[in-house]
Design a protein around this ligand. Structure first.
Ligand SMILES: [Zn+2]
Length: 526
């Protein structure tokens, strides 16, 4: 095993990652991501393929004006075309026009591709590699050579595959990278072939670039490193064509936490979850909650037995301390199977119910009954906190609803739908009766309730509804199905979620709305 513990991280989210069919970054997105990657401690950031599309050229132009350290940026391209000089090949010249210090080029390894795709002799392909690498090395700080289809090429013709690497090395490449382009290799193939490469290259640095078609990308990348690769390529969250590239958000903690390699400073590793989220956010991709290390569910516990065990010692059901990667332990509210979950949750709200056996028993029964009706408190922690406070008898009675009525009208001659709600409620024995209009029944009801209360509690003017989700439960009943409404509200300082369940969508909405207002009033009173 190599004694070199420092691993060079090479990110290709902005190039290979954008090959993913659902990922699309603007130039500004790409620059912001590059900044985050650099802050996190990624050594090299592949910005794109200049000349392949105008957006990539814009990136290279603008990144130089940004605060992103330019010595981390690399431009990607291919070896020169056959029967052309480098200086006459516009693809090669576009790489230099990008004006960044590092250049990565890929070349053919597999004899089949040389003969069938390039339609040149094996010898000519070696000349392309040698020529291009040495031409670029004279004009760039670093030249990385990606050996495309290295593992398939090796299996077809090992001697030739190795020759392409040696050619690139001898022409001045700083690192040669073994690419598992088709993504179907298994870890022992990577183990054997990477070992053979190490025997030939000795201390010359080489890297690994894997794809996830057999869901082995991370395992293959880690195996490559275990066999001597000192440079790893991948993308944040495993973005990439087909099934994606090797996921750096898993490779990095695996190498660093499990094997003790040095990838990024330990302090930076704590920003891993943030990095993952940031890239999903800019890619407009819903984060995968089950993603290892960084997913919201990665350290979430639901079963009562598990929860009581992790409360005693987190190591019982957690493979690492979630804080190492910036994640947190979570105990789920739904499927409230045990006392421990409830006590844990109450503690999070600063409520001690451990000593109050009757309250705990009553709450557990109530929760079971509510869950049967379709309540789910995941994402509705404010409703859950109110429930505990109510059971403890510590929730003030801010208001009582007496009645509401909603009229929903659509006039086909004028077209604009109109809803009107009237609300009657009482605050400290004073009855308030108000009406309001809205663009829909829930909006009208929301306005009417606030209008009725604003006079007693002016602070509710600060809160707004930011999200409203409706889920139909037991849809086999058609329109008689139960409706669950999840609301998210904010007052600019905090954001909280509430839930309502009823057969009637307005009623379910009212419950979530009333909880949302109650929570705000309770929060401000604290
Ligand atoms: Zn790739």
């Amino acid at each position: 095993m190599s004694e070199n513990r420092k691993i060079t991280l090479y990110d290709t989210t902005l190039r290979d990652g954008t090959q993913s069919e659902d990922v699309n970054f603007t130039v500004v997105d790409k620059i912001r991501i590059a900044g985050h990657l650099a802050d996190f401690g990624i050594d090299f950031i592949e910005g794109g393929w200049p000349g392949s599309n105008p957006r990539d050229m814009d990136f290279f132009r603008d990144v130089k004006k940004s605060s992103v350290p330019i010595d981390r940026i690399t431009a990607f391209g291919s070896t020169r075309r056959a029967r052309k000089k480098c200086e006459d090949d516009e693809i090669i010249m576009a790489l230099l026009d990008a004006g960044v210090p590092n250049i990565t080029i890929f070349g053919k390894t597999w004899d089949l591709h040389v003969r069938e795709a390039l339609k040149i002799s094996l010898e000519e392909n070696l000349e392309l590699i040698a020529d291009t690498v040495s031409f670029l090395k004279k004009r760039a700080d670093k030249v990385f050579y990606d050996a495309e289809h290295f593992f398939d090429g090796y299996k077809a013709n090992a001697e030739y595959a190795l020759k392409t690497l040696i050619t690139a090395r001898d022409a001045g490449a700083d690192t040669v990278i073994l690419c598992e382009t088709n993504g179907g290799a298994m870890p022992e193939e990577i183990f054997n072939i990477t070992g053979a490469v190490k025997d030939v290259l000795g201390d010359f640095p080489f890297g690994i670039h894997t794809h996830n078609d057999g869901e082995m990308a991370v395992a293959n990348a880690v195996t490559g490193v275990r066999r001597g690769a000192v440079h790893v390529q991948g993308t944040v969250n495993g973005y990439g064509e087909r099934c994606g590239n090797a996921n750096l958000c898993s490779i990095i903690p695996n190498l660093q936490i499990k094997y003790g390699y040095e990838c990024v400073p330990a302090e930076n590793l704590k920003k891993l979850k943030d990095l993952s989220r940031f890239v999903d956010e800019l890619g407009n991709i819903k984060p995968d909650t089950h993603q290892p290390y960084v997913g919201n569910s990665a350290f979430a516990h639901k079963g009562g037995v598990h929860v009581s065990a992790i409360l005693k010692d987190p190591r019982t059901y957690e493979h690492i301390d979630p804080a190492l990667v910036g994640n947190t332990q979570r105990v789920l509210l739904s499927d409230m199977s045990g006392k421990s979950n409830l006590i844990y949750k109450a503690k999070e709200f600063g409520l001690d119910i451990e000593s109050r056996d009757d309250t705990v028993k009553e709450l557990l029964n109530r929760l079971k009954e509510m869950e049967n009706r379709g309540f789910q408190f995941e994402g509705a922690e404010a409703s859950f906190e109110l429930l505990i406070r109510k059971a403890m008898g510590t929730l003030p009675n801010f208001f009582d609803l007496i009645s509401y009525r909603v009229i929903d009208e659509k006039n086909f001659s004028c077209g604009t739908p109109l809803a009107e709600a009237t609300v009657m409620l009482s605050v400290n024995g004073i009855t308030e009766h108000t009406a309001a209009t809205g663009n829909g029944p829930v909006n009208a009801l929301d306005s009417a309730v606030r209008k009725a209360l604003a006079h007693f509690y002016p602070v509710i003017k600060d809160m707004v509804l930011v999200d409203f989700k409706v889920r139909i439960l037991s849809s086999q009943d058609g329109t008689e199905a139960t409706t669950r409404v999840l609301m998210e509200s904010t007052d600019g300082i905090d954001t909280w979620g509430t839930v309502g369940v009823a057969e009637n969508i307005i009623d379910a909405s009212y419950q979530a709305l009333a909880d949302s207002i109650l929570y705000k009033l309770m929060k401000d009173k604290k």
